[in-house]
Design a protein around this ligand. Structure first.
Ligand code: GTP
Ligand code: MG
Length: 198
C-alpha cells in the first residue's frame, strides 16, 4: 500500500466521541516517548502530521487520521509515563482501555517497543491484557538506527523467546526506524493484506 492522502480528523479524550464512521481502524500504542507519533509521520510521509516531542507525554488524546479516504490511523497516548502523576496516568489508562475494548472499528493495534531495551513488564503485561480481551496486535520495534545489525537481531530474538514463555504463537513483528525511514512499507503492506481480507 502507498499512502497518497493523510489528514487529521479529530482528537478526543473518550472513545464515545471518536468518528462515527465504519472505516476500519489501526492504532499505534506503546510507552510514552517510544516513537509512535514519529512512526505515523514516517508512514504518512508528513513530518508534522502527528505531534512529536523529545519530552515524554506529548500525545494525551486519541487522534484520528484519515488515510486514502479508506481507513483511520489512530495515534494513542503513551502508557506508563512515570512523571505524569497518578491521576493523569490513571486517566490515560482508562482512556486507552476503553478505546481498545469498545472501539468496534479497531482491526489491529500496533504495540511499539524500543528495540534497545530488554522486554519491559509494562509492555508484556499490556500485550497479555490484549490477548485476554481478544484484541489483535502486532509488535513494532522502534529506533533501530540506534543499534547495529547484530544487536537488532539479538534483541528481537530475545524478545521472541520471552514471548514464547507465555504465548503459543508469536504476533507479527516489524523492525523500524523513523530516523532512517525503514520498516514502514512492511507495516503498510500488512495493513493492506488485512483490508483485503475484511
Ligand atoms: P508520546 O506522544 O509522548 O507518548 O511519545 P511518542 O511515542 O509519540 O514519541 P515521539 O514520536 O514523539 O518521539 C519521541 C522521541 O524519540 C523524539 O525525540 C523523536 O525524535 C525520537 N524518535 C522517534 N523515533 C525515532 C527513531 O526511529 N530513531 C531515533 N533515533 N529517534 C526517534
Ligand atoms: Mg506521540
Amino acid at each position: 500500500m502507498q499512502i497518497h492522502s493523510a489528514t487529521f480528523v479529530i482528537s478526543n479524550t473518550d472513545v464515545n466521541n471518536c468518528p462515527q464512521s465504519h472505516l476500519p481502524e489501526y492504532a499505534f500504542i506503546g510507552r510514552s516517548n517510544v516513537g509512535k507519533s514519529s512512526l505515523i509521520n514516517m508512514l504518512c510521509r508528513q513530518k508534522g502530521l502527528a505531534k512529536t516531542s523529545q519530552k515524554p507525554g506529548k500525545t494525551l488524546l486519541i487522534n484520528h487520521f484519515l488515510i486514502n479516504n479508506e481507513w483511520h490511523l489512530v495515534d494513542l497516548p503513551g502508557y506508563g509515563y512515570a512523571q505524569a502523576g497518578k491521576t493523569q496516568r490513571e486517566k490515560l489508562r482508562k482512556m486507552i482501555e476503553r478505546y481498545c475494548l469498545l472501539r468496534e472499528q479497531l482491526v489491529s493495534l500496533f504495540v511499539l517497543v524500543d528495540i534497545r531495551h530488554e522486554p519491559q513488564k509494562i509492555d508484556t503485561d499490556f500485550m497479555e491484557w490484549l490477548g485476554e480481551n481478544g484484541i489483535p496486535f502486532a509488535i513494532v520495534f522502534t529506533k533501530a538506527d540506534k543499534l547495529g545489525r547484530q544487536a537488532i537481531k539479538d534483541n528481537v530474538e530475545k524478545y521472541k523467546q520471552q514471548l514464547l514463555e507465555t504465548w503459543e504463537e508469536l504476533p507479527e513483528i516489524f523492525v523500524t526506524s523513523s530516523e532512517k525511514m525503514t520498516g514502514g512499507q512492511e507495516i503498510l503492506d500488512y495493513i493492506e493484506k488485512y483490508m483485503k481480507n475484511e
